[in-house]
Write a protein that binds this ligand. Structure first.
Ligand code: ATP
Length: 362
């Protein structure tokens, strides 16, 4: 069937209404978590420390027992099954290879413990996995003779030989340095595409979530805030939390009053009255006189346009590499913009600003 069919009840993995509390119910780690995962989909659970993403993953893995809710894989309810009977492979934060065993034995370990495959079948699986991961030449080495990235691949290989229905990964790159982390992200995504096996990946890093996920689940304080593609959560955040958490620098959230003007409707802020787009007019028609939060990403403030819609004071120019983050204040309101490197000179003190209103949200 096609993906449209699967997005309904046919999801390969379904998490339905999971709730998990600790300390006799006084700590709610996660609640009302509903996630549908299609075959071959890369899902990232992302949110700040303590938001419940690890607990959600551990419930899926069978390492925690949820207070309520269910988990279904390929239509079978696995909520009551032990972790080892779930056909899901968990890759932990720390690499934890057996130091005295060769790479070959490390990769084969799960097969030796949990399957009755013949020696030949095991050899074949291990070699296939090693080939996929570029580890074939290192099978007889001990983990200590591998680089951090190679060790990380071995730990992925241990999961891959089990040919699970899905991989569950909890911040697998958090111990790696930034360069290696970037490389491993690309590798994991490539491998996942090749295997076409669902992957559920936990991270607190919104950038990592954006680069890896087909679908991103943004969590805060135990609750799912939004589920969507990277573009959806970035372009159409459903609430203030998602708007502020995804994207860096954070978006401008401007307090405005909805007003009627000669040309239609507008949003009056302390520094500028922003015209409503055609799409927005219908939405705010009933809110005249009320306060709304107008959201606009830093990259959609154009600086140095003449004459410009309004004028702001230039506070700080912060180099980000290829771009600069430019921090402004307009009549007491702080705003951020992003410009190509060096476009705005630090020496300037006043600057004209335009808002690309069609990119805004309310
Ligand atoms: P982090 O990125 O810091 O690991 P997280 O989003 O993965 O955070 P969880 O580890 O799922 O968050 O924790 C969610 C909440 O549940 C936190 O308040 C945490 O302190 C609490 N919690 C998690 N495990 C336990 C436990 N075994 N006993 C008591 N409280 C727990």
């Amino acid at each position: 069937y096609d993906s449209a069919d699967r997005s309904g009840t046919g999801d390969q993995i379904r998490v339905d209404g999971i709730r998990k509390t600790f300390n006799d119910g006084s700590v709610v780690a996660c609640d009302d978590v509903n996630i549908g995962i299609d075959e071959g989909e890369f899902i990232v659970l992302v949110g700040p420390s303590g938001c419940g993403k690890t607990t959600t993953l551990r419930c899926i893995a069978g390492l925690e027992e949820p207070d309520s809710g269910s988990i279904t894989v390929d239509g079978e309810d696995i909520t009551g099954l032990k972790s080892k009977d779930r056909n899901l492979a968990f890759v932990f934060q720390s690499i934890a290879l057996f130091p005295h065993m060769s790479v070959r034995k490390n990769i084969r370990f799960g097969l030796d413990m949990n399957t009755d495959l013949s020696k030949e079948e095991k050899r074949q699986r291990v070699e296939e996995v090693a080939d996929t991961l570029g580890l074939s030449a290192m099978l007889d080495r001990k983990p200590s003779a591998l680089s951090g990235g190679q060790q990380q691949r071995v730990s992925l290989g241990r999961a891959m030989v089990m040919e699970p229905a899905a991989f569950l990964l909890d911040e697998p790159f958090s111990a790696l340095d930034a360069n290696l982390r970037d490389k491993m992200r690309v590798e994991v995504k490539k491998i996942q595409r090749q295997l076409n096996t669902a992957m559920i990946f936990v991270t607190h890093d919104q950038e990592e979530a954006m680069t890896l996920g087909d679908k991103i689940v943004v969590m805060n304080e135990g609750y799912v805030q939004q589920i969507g593609t990277p573009y959806e959560v970035y372009n159409e955040p459903e609430n203030r939390f998602v708007a502020g958490f995804i994207g860096s620098p954070s978006p401008n959230l401007i307090e405005c009053t909805v007003e009627r003007t000669a040309d239609g409707l507008a949003f009056a802020s302390d520094f500028y009255t922003i015209p409503a787009t055609e799409k927005q007019v219908d939405r705010v028609e009933g809110y005249i006189g009320e306060t709304v939060i107008y959201g606009i990403r830093p990259e959609y403030l154009n600086l140095g346009t003449d004459p410009g819609e309004f004028v702001a004071d230039l506070d700080v120019v912060e180099p980000l590499g290829d771009r600069d983050a430019v921090h402004l204040s307009a009549n007491g309101t702080s705003l951020s913009a992003v410009t190509p490197q060096g476009k705005i000179s630090k020496e300037r003190d006043r600057i004209h600003v335009d808002i690309q209103t069609e990119e805004s949200w309310l």
